[in-house]
Design a protein around this ligand. Sequence first.
Ligand code: GAR
Length: 192
Amino acid sequence: MRVVILGSGRGSNAEAILQAQQAGRLGAAQVVQIFSDKPEAGILALGPRFGVPATFVDPAPFKTKLEGPGEDRFIDAIRAARADLVVLAGFMRVLKPKFLGAFADRIINLHPSLLPAFAGLDGIGQAFRAGAKVTGCTVHYVTLEVDAGKIIEQASVAVAPGDTLEALATKVHAAEHRLLPAVIARLSRATK
Ligand code: GAR
């Protein structure tokens, strides 16, 4: 199963996936390409470290959505990589019908809350400020409605009394780093 990772940020989840692959814990999945919409994103530095091509794809002209010429560039790049699975690991853009249709049922996203609670931006901060006693992370299929596609797997994280936002974020990220590679491995076995 050929996996392409899309990310906009530091890439700690992409790193967890690549470490799982190195350790033989990614099932029949193989990361073949990393793409970012931000030329300076930390996720692109993982490429040379792990021997995976990692490239910036220009998302212009929009700032928060992927539509028009930028959407076409991403579709072409992912098609050229012959991806079986597109993994959004901190890819901070709203996807539109053309992109979703190009990879129907093959796009999964990681979100830092127990969906459907705390969808949208800053899922960890939202849970923290709401006083949630339990939060966590979700891997789900991507549909037109943001953070609303069918849930594949979740991991819960207890919010301890006295947890700071930073402490909670550290716990949620650790749960994400376990969850996402495990889901990819499981999906790769299901498609064999
Ligand atoms: C992760 O916490 C992921 O859940 C979140 O971005 C972070 C990426 O971190 N995604 C979203 O909020 C999507 N709505 P990373 O770049 O270190 O993997």
